[in-house]
Design a protein around this ligand. Sequence first.
Ligand code: GLU
Length: 506
Amino acid sequence: MSERKVRVRFAPSPTGALHIGGVRTALYNYLYARQHGGDMILRIEDTDSHRFVPGAEAYIIESLEWLGIRFDEGVSYGGQYGPYRQSERKHIYRQYVDRLLEAGKAYIAFDTPAELEEKRKEIPNFQYDASTRMQMRNSLTMPAGEVEERIASGEQYVVRMKIEPGEDIKVNDLIRGEVTINSSILDDKVLYKSADNLPTYHLANIVDDHLMEVSHVIRGEEWLPSAPLHVLLYRALGWEDTMPRFAHLPLLLKPDGNGKLSKRDGDRLGFPVFPLEWKDPKTGDISSGYRESGYLPEAVVNFLALLGWNPGNDQEIMSMQELVDLFSLERCSRSGAKFDYEKGKWFNHKYIQEKSNEELAGLFLPELEAHGIDAPMEKVVKVVAVMKSRVNFVKELWGQSSFFFVAPESYDEKTVKKRWKEDSAAQLTELAGVLAAVEDFDQVESTENTVKAWIERQGYHLGNIMNAFRLALVGESKGPQMFDLTAVLGKEETLRRLYKAIETLG
Ligand code: GLU
């Protein structure tokens, strides 16, 4: 068989915000497609109208755009295999339902929900399958004429897959190898409902993968139990030769490794499980998002890429292009990946350090404006250069550096007690004189040398001077290296703050 063109799809159902696990699935599909020069398709699987949530589709598209995960085809992208929204493909599916019925691979069933409920009570562990189907109301137990009459009279029905028991079904998975499941454990899944004239997920998914010439199905582990049915469907429809290769990705686990990561874990432990902030249209509840929490998209991508895959060495920082080059399904793990949120912050920290000071300053400006600060860009760039190594998020810059923009109004009492000595006022007055003679405050090292030389000459205590100096400029005992601080404040402001402290603290 000649090599097929790689065509992968991300096929979310618009049932709410896209979970971070879904984002990882989209990312792995993207990496695989790009690496193989293939196509990446966005298909919206919206055949279940009961679970449809308005706004979810737009949310999914915006989330992936933010992260730089682009599609070649699909909803909002267009393409030759459209439409890409399953609700717009209604007219396509019915012929395949008929094909399965004609071949005896599927049958029509009239059992009402109440009747099914009855059976569940009557038969312990009831399953609609070879062991029970002959006791039910369907086209296998009714004369053909009756079936036709019922349909003609408008009675609702479903079409079920007829699964022959006792067969070992093999699913070849690129991550898990050959997985064998015996057909006896499967039930006769509903493929189609007359009530809304729509196929269920299983049939629509297979038909569309086939028609869209999908070569690889890369999706979450929760879909592995559906894979044997999917293999049977490909066979029943005569599409075995072009069946896509499967790859089922490991689950994302709670940070402690106990069970699947859920939305509630995020709420409980205080981290986002959604890419963007999401407002539930029904309840109005707001869930936090990575974007609004201050994550850089590159950091989120890098973090997610390593949840379930590794490059085979200990390299951790990788750009999208590097990920494209290095990714491989064979290196995806089979066991679940613990969602280590602290690691996510670490990635953000790393990516902040890689950004230029100018770019970070640009991101910091709105925060400054929100605090009523109108500072020249040049100064903001300097502050960022000195302080960025201390933050995981741009929004933490304000807490770390507000004193650069706002002179202390008062002085922290505890620090004053500890750091402001009897002779501090006199010594700082002298220091002000020394600094007044320094020409260029930007020359951090030479300013420092000048001051230290003066301290030595006078036989003063270095620590005492520096602590009081810091208290005068910052109002407490925090902040960067002393002469980084004076360089950013400049001579005028440094002297102003010194005199103010001397006057206030005496
Ligand atoms: N619509 C399914 C979902 O919401 C797609 C599963 C698949 O990729 O086959 O995840």
